[in-house]
Design a protein around this ligand. Sequence first.
Ligand code: CP
Ligand code: NVA
Length: 302
Amino acid sequence: MRHYLSELDLTKEEFLQLVHRGREFREQWESGELQTLPKPHTMAMIFEKSSTRTRVSFEAGMAQLGGHAINLSPRDTQLGRGEPVEDTARVLSQMVDIIMLRTFSHDIVERMAESASIPVINGLTDLLHPCQLLADMQTFAENAGDIEGKSVAWIGDGNNMCHSYINTANLLGFDLRIACPDGHEPDPQILERGAARATRVESAEAAAEGAHLVVTDVWASMGQEDEQAVRELVFKPFQVTEEVMALADSEALFMHCLPVHRGDEVVAEVLDGPQSVVWDEAGNRLHAQKALIEFLLSESVN
Ligand code: CP
Ligand code: NVA
């Protein structure tokens, strides 16, 4: 049984195979080819946090593969009334083929995976956002080639996306420079485990210097909305501006998982400018998701 809770659940070869397959799915989709799997499958999607891209890409992806996705909100399922995650996992395993879960604490996806007899996908937790990294790496490959040996700047919060970049830097072999305010560093254990490829630097400028990819994310993630005003002050020096982008490689790409706050973590001129590939990046969620679903279903025949 294979799950995708973290980038590190895949080998480097498997991750690259999924990126390659995502690119094939994109080409087939653009040329109007059918992409149905040999047998129809059903996905249960559980969202304990809001979502546009993850929800639509999984639901549209399942439909395009000839299957079906059921959206389960805690508000109208028994999970929201206290039915244990483990019992929910066992019940869903009797009825569907694959589960996607977006939640707060990472241990909830781990508990779901331990009790499920079908694959479980992490659709974002407070700790990691591994589905986004498949789409980001596909977008880099399509626009700039092989990322191995390249340098990537993470500018902003040491959050779930930053953690996923640390994991992926180590898996695929690129160098990650992280610029974040004191008190908003990445998880020390994740940074220590990823220290071979990920280093903290003191400023946005130091991170951006010569980088082939500049990435940022919101200053206040889901669940931190109350901290928005305070964070705006602390994070201001970590804004991605045109001046910061000018320090990066002349061909550098800009990415953001979205949703974005223009004028906070990135200025509109960069987000909507020529180096930004954020719309491709968002669109690639669809193709990367299909590659992931196909892989997990084929690896988990029982
Ligand atoms: N990037 C991303 O995961 O977007 P959603 O929150 O809209 O799913
Ligand atoms: N760090 C953001 C990512 C949203 C896709 C959050 O967790 O809200």
